[in-house]
Design a protein. Structure first.
Length: 309
């Protein structure tokens, strides 16, 4: 599928970029409600009794658009930015790994080699993901942070969150400058790089499992591609969830402490189970979300490749 030469490499990179963009948009609209619940449970573990309670309370107080789909715009921006860069970088890193192990045809790469390419690709996508996910997390947890602020200071009778993505970005830039937009970058690296090792490793291993003699992994069909995507997503979140909890706390509370300090503080005050608050809604959202992500990505890539031949 990947040709040789500079022009062919550029074309392949653009195809991966566009396919990643479309996959990222599809992922957000499938997964956003459970992502909102996940962030709330991670950041305010004492406020909710579980997945159902958090979902119902959010819906009752703020409805669908301003509640369960809070932060959708930055989530779309975050996922389009992340997945376009991630999949373009993944293709480039596959070629790098292929050259390193002396394999010209990328279909010959093993699961471990594909996983390594995913690990490397996540380094680049983290720079695009961190600022946009920072805004998303703050918007998702806005009601709770405002309620805490009002409880700590004079109440003004207002409790409904009204801040926009633009206003929030302006506020962060005004008070913290550009570094404020990258708060949580270290924990993003710690989450993304090992996570995408297992993400792409699980995906490619499952595709390989479904491939019959005489077939390639591209021939397994949409349903099996979706199953492979779901396996990759579950593998990713199961491995990285503690790092994601720490990242969410750092971003929502604008913490200046290091990832290690925040992690130790959570462990001392809340125990080890606090690192898995919100895991259930994450798994619930990940299965359909990553299934849709990969089927949109693979079939967009296949269609664009045929159109541009």
């Amino acid at each position: 599928m990947h040709g040789t030469g500079e022009a062919s490499g550029l074309k392949t990179g653009m195809i991966d970029f566009v396919a990643g963009c479309l996959g990222g948009v599809a992922l957000v609209y499938v997964s956003q409600p459970m992502d909102t619940v996940k962030v709330k449970m991670q950041t305010f573990p004492g406020l909710y009794k579980g997945l159902v309670n958090c979902t119902v309370q959010t819906f009752k107080r703020d409805g669908i658009v301003r509640g369960l789909y809070a932060g959708t715009l930055p989530a779309v921006v975050a996922n389009v930015a992340e997945n376009s860069v991630l999949f373009a970088a993944y293709g480039a890193c596959q070629q790098l790994v292929g050259r390193t192990v002396h394999k010209q045809n990328l279909t010959e790469l093993s699961t471990l080699e594909n996983a390594t390419a995913g690990f490397l690709a996540a380094f680049f996508s983290s720079f695009t993901l961190c600022p946009t996910e920072l805004i998303k997390c703050k918007l998702q947890a806005l009601r709770e942070t405002q309620s805490q602020a009002q409880a700590a200071g004079p109440a003004d009778g207002k409790s409904r969150p009204t801040i926009s993505s633009y206003a929030l970005v302006s506020q962060i830039l005004r008070t913290e400058g550009i570094p404020g937009m990258f708060r949580g970058l270290t924990s993003t690296f710690a989450r993304e790089m090992p996570g995408y090792f297992f993400f792409f490793g699980g995906y490619e291993m499952t595709r390989e499992f479904y491939t019959k003699p005489g077939q390639t992994k591209d021939d397994i069909g949409p349903l099996r591609t979706m199953v492979a995507g779901a396996v990759g997503g579950v593998a990713l979140w199961t491995v990285i969830f503690p790092a994601d909890v720490i990242k969410s706390r750092i971003q929502v509370y604008s913490m200046r402490a290091s990832m290690t300090q925040v992690g130790l503080d959570i462990f001392r005050k809340e125990g080890v189970l606090a690192f898995y608050n919100g895991l259930l809604p994450t798994i619930v959202r990940t299965i359909p979300a990553t299934a849709v992500l990969f089927v949109v990505y693979e079939y967009t890539k296949k269609t664009l490749t045929k159109l541009l031949e």
